[in-house]
Write a protein that binds this ligand. Structure first.
Ligand SMILES: [Zn+2]
Length: 255
């Protein structure tokens, strides 16, 4: 096995989980930035930053890392003094195990670096008692095409959320999801005669209205399920921080 273990920062784990839980019907895709290092002749990976990818195909088992996304992630890694060390995707309502497509994708990525690894977050799944659960696994592909399980550890952070992780959650993630919806809308509307300057037929006008309504519905869902809870979370966190500052000031004043 080329890799002994992966250490995932709590923040990256938080972003991966939040992104995976954003969509119950589609798989999500991230690239992972960090470092490889050697210890006692063994190879390890440490993940410190997430890179959210725009998905071109959201169907099950179709998540693919495009060359553009990989190139953008490498640029981001160079800027932050890290490397692209692996990838992560979600399995909503399906088991944690990598599919044949996942194993094939992983094998091709291992050609860049034999230490490259994949993470899978299984979400919206239930256990034997019917309770909802979330699972995480890390894998590589062996030469015969089978799966090798790699131990993965989530490491605690000294701060609850760094500014970068907060930026990813509150800015990059909603922007990416909105951008994907906009792209789908533009592609659908772009095929209609009404968008090409032609005389619109009643069917085209109806289709345009339908795509417009679907786009607005998607935006409202992202607002309702992601942006509003995030704003509330930040407001609560800010209020707690202000209280904590007041408490500490009193403590300093009393001593
Ligand atoms: Zn998969």
């Amino acid at each position: 096995m080329a890799l002994t273990a992966v250490y995932l920062s709590a923040e990256v784990n938080c972003v991966c989980q939040a992104y995976s839980l954003c969509t119950e019907k589609e798989e999500t895709l991230l690239l992972l930035l960090g470092h490889y290092y050697e210890e006692n002749g063994k190879s390890f990976a440490r993940v410190v930053r997430p890179f959210i990818c725009t998905r071109k195909d959201k169907r099950k088992d179709r998540v693919e890392i495009s060359e553009e996304q990989l190139s953008a992630a490498i640029t981001e890694a160079e800027r932050s003094g890290t490397s692209v060390v692996g990838w992560s995707h979600s399995h909503p309502h399906i088991t944690i195990f990598p599919s044949h497509v996942d194993l094939r994708t992983q094998k091709s990525l291992q050609m860049f670096d034999k230490r490259w690894f994949g993470l899978i977050f299984s979400v919206f799944d239930t256990d034997a008692t019917g309770s909802e659960r979330m699972q995480l696994t890390c894998f590589q592909t062996l030469s015969d095409g089978t799966r090798a399980d790699i131990p993965v550890h989530v490491t605690p952070s000294s701060t609850f959320l760094t500014p970068h992780a907060l930026h990813v959650l509150s800015n990059t993630l909603p922007q990416t999801l909105l951008g994907e919806e906009r792209q789908v809308h533009d592609e659908c509307v772009g095929t209609l005669d009404v968008s090409k300057g032609g005389l619109p037929s009643p069917q085209d006008i109806l289709k345009q209205s339908y795509h417009g309504a679907t786009y607005v519905r998607s935006m409202v869902m992202i607002q309702d399920r992601l942006i509003t809870p995030l704003v509330r979370f930040c407001e609560d966190r800010h209020a707690n921080n202000l209280k904590e500052i007041e408490r500490l000031k009193k403590e300093v004043g009393e001593s």
